[in-house]
Design a protein around this ligand. Structure first.
Ligand SMILES: Nc1ncnc2c1ncn2[C@@H]1O[C@H](COP(=O)(O)OP(=O)(O)OP(=O)(O)O)[C@@H](O)[C@H]1O
Ligand SMILES: [Mg+2]
Length: 381
């Protein structure tokens, strides 16, 4: 029997919990052509959520495009990847597809590439960015809107990990071009997603940026405790487990409702108890020990590379176990022997830059809740 909990992959279908409110709202946004800027800390479930939303939108007749910019490292890559996704909207059958693509993207030369034995194929594109850079981008950024008008269907275009565009679009030329097209598209909802908060802020909140005030901001939070705890219980019970009262609640207490870490702990717990087919509240601690044991090598390495002040601050935060604590207050500095606020500030900056801490509504949270639990164990916090 397969483990009913997944982590590290997009969670879909029965592996996906709740988010009913978000799905409804985002689907509504797509159908009304609203642009959205969707952000959250790492691994809160943005990609999983948007996949569910796009499924729903497609059922309701929308055209959908999903493009992950994580692996896109140049403008050429971007053109190829976007064109390939647009091509997927152009129907089946190689001939009809190529004809439609020729009219939508006349400057790109599609090559039909077959995968394996079956009739599965994809289009790849050749082009010369040198001479026709601007017209190619113009065609590309109009393509979805043109299809949406022709077919009289709403459309959604999702750019996942959008902040990565700044790595190669240094002068914002591509982003300015995008905006100049997208702002006229009434029937298309453009959705920009990302987790690197400072980069997303730079793109969407700075006045000089092409995407300043470009859409509605949609911060994605954690999954509410009640819905998540029913999900956990159901997943265990569906695979024949007896779940002692209080188990889901204890799990969520330890993972602070974080979607990824919750699934991780549940996955390990399920494995540990698969013979007995029973999970008790006391087992939850064993599950946590197991997770921490598996991660401890990585934690040690991370720790070894941190300066002393950063370590001291992490220990202090883990001991307080309260992200809202005022870290520059004299009481906090004295209690934990942290010295001057200026040196703590440097440590905070380092920890934020390394993604070890995250700033959430004015509070400092551990990105990895298991790192916090490890510190609490190691340093008797
Ligand atoms: N709605 C959900 N129900 C159950 N588990 C979820 C849900 N959303 C996310 N998860 C868990 O969190 C993990 C990360 O989800 P996902 O990759 O969608 O997050 P993300 O915000 O896109 O992450 P990243 O910042 O790395 O892009 C999933 O593998 C799954 O374990
Ligand atoms: Mg993602």
């Amino acid at each position: 029997m397969t483990n009913p909990f997944v982590y590290g992959k997009v969670a879909r279908g029965e592996y996906f919990a709740d988010r009913e409110r978000e799905i409804e709202e985002l689907t509504g946004d797509i159908l009304s052509g609203q642009n959205v800027i969707l952000f959250s800390p790492r691994r809160y479930g943005k990609t999983s959520l948007i996949m569910e939303v796009l499924d729903r939108a497609r059922e309701l007749g929308a055209l959908t495009v999903y493009l992950d910019l994580f692996a896109v490292v140049s403008e050429e890559d971007f053109v190829k990847a976007y064109a390939r996704e647009v091509a997927k909207l152009c129907g089946k059958g190689a001939k009809a597809l190529v004809d439609r693509i020729r009219s939508l993207l006349p400057r790109l030369i599609p090559k039909v590439v077959f995968h394996g034995e079956g009739a599965e194929f994809e289009l790849e594109f050749d082009f010369d960015l040198g001479s026709e850079r601007e017209p190619i981008l113009d065609d590309l950024f109009e393509a979805v809107a043109t299809l949406s008008r022709k077919e009289n269907r709403p459309a959604a275009v999702v750019f996942d990990e959008f902040q990565e565009i700044a790595l190669w679009d240094h002068d914002e030329r591509v982003r300015r071009k995008m905006r100049s097209h997208f702002q006229h598209h009434r029937g298309v909802s453009y959705i920009f997603m990302g987790s690197k908060k400072h980069l997303m802020q730079r793109i969407f909140q700075e006045k000089h940026s092409p995407f300043y005030l470009f859409g509605k901001h949609f911060p994605l939070g954690k999954i509410p405790r009640e819905a998540f705890s029913s999900f956990i219980r159901e997943r265990f019970e569906k695979t024949g487990f007896r779940v002692e009262k209080g188990v889901p609640e204890r799990i969520l207490e330890l993972t602070e409702n974080h979607p990824y870490y919750t699934q991780h702990l549940c996955h390990v717990l399920w494995e540990l108890r698969r013979e007995k087919r029973e999970v008790l509240v006391e087992d939850v601690e064993l599950g946590l020990e197991e997770v921490i044991a598996r991660e401890s090598h990585a934690f040690h390495e991370l720790w070894d590379n941190l300066p002393l002040k950063a370590r001291q601050l992490l220990v202090a935060l883990a001991k307080e176990n309260e992200p809202r604590v005022e870290i520059y207050s004299r009481a906090f500095l004295q209690k934990h022997g942290l010295g001057l606020p200026s040196s703590v500030q440097r440590a905070v900056e380092r920890l934020l830059a390394d993604g070890i801490l995250e700033r959430m509504d004015g509070a400092y949270e551990f990105t990895d809740v298991f790192l916090k639990r490890w510190i609490q164990r190691e340093f008797g916090a």
